[in-house]
Design a protein around this ligand. Structure first.
Ligand code: SF4
Length: 228
């Protein structure tokens, strides 16, 4: 029965969304995104309890996906995130994602997609599936933020030009990591380059990404977010 199911073509967005167990809708993004449980971040969950010798906290210790609405509605949100995690093993996960990215209206309009507004790459195989999806959706720009340096540095083979992998810095106010595209979190508003991340009382505060696409732009070496 499962084999027959696996052979069925994906014909509707609902069918594709059922296979991947839905996508997320982060407020500031122009398009749907995708998220996984933060307790399954392999590097992130270690960083959540770490400080450096100068007492600097890690970016993960203050993860927005562990507070605010995520925390308030965790009874509803967490089971969905775990279903999404399990769905990665579905043999049709890649096909379903390709279907979503080539049929969902907002994604078609803006031609961008953000991976992991919470959560991270689960394994080298998971990364490879994301690379396959990016390769099969050349008109969509993908932004993949990650803390999994080993997976991305050891990835065997080129990643397509429409997939921008940004390795995130470890410590708040720390330096960017050693990688092609990076991001950092800073407590200094004058160092912030993502205007959408500024505190709401800041005069340059931008509501959502609007026309900014810096995170998806491979020519932008580093993006600095305000650490809330
Ligand atoms: S840098 Fe630009 S694209 Fe990235 S999150 Fe901020 S506003 Fe959005």
């Amino acid at each position: 029965m499962e084999i027959v199911d696996n052979l069925k073509p994906i014909n509707t967005l609902k069918q594709a969304l059922d296979i991947v167990q839905g996508v997320s809708s982060p407020g500031k993004m122009p398009v749907p995104a995708y998220n996984l449980p933060i307790d399954k971040c392999r590097t992130g969950r270690k960083l959540r309890v770490m400080k450096d010798k100068k007492g600097r906290i890690t970016v993960c210790s203050n993860c927005y996906a562990g507070k605010g609405n995520y925390k308030r509605y965790e009874k509803n949100i967490l089971p969905a995130l775990y279903r999404r995690l399990e769905a990665i093993n579905n043999p049709r996960w890649v096909d379903a994602f390709v279907y979503i990215l080539t049929h969902q209206k907002q994604i078609l309009k803006h031609k961008v997609f953000r991976w992991h507004d919470s959560g991270d790459i689960q394994s080298p195989d998971h990364l490879d599936k994301i690379v396959q999806i990016a390769r099969r959706t050349p008109r969509i720009k993908h932004w993949l933020p990650t803390k999994e340096a080993r997976d991305i540095k050891n990835y065997p083979g080129p990643v397509p030009g429409n997939l921008v992998i940004r390795l995130s810095g470890t410590f708040v106010d720390g330096p960017p990591p050693d990688y092609i595209n990076t991001s950092v979190a800073t407590s200094d508003v004058d160092k912030v380059t993502c205007l959408a991340s500024l505190p709401k009382e800041h005069p340059k505060k931008q509501i959502g990404c609007q026309s900014c696409r810096e995170c998806w732009d491979a020519t932008v070496k580093n993006v600095a977010y305000f650490n809330h």
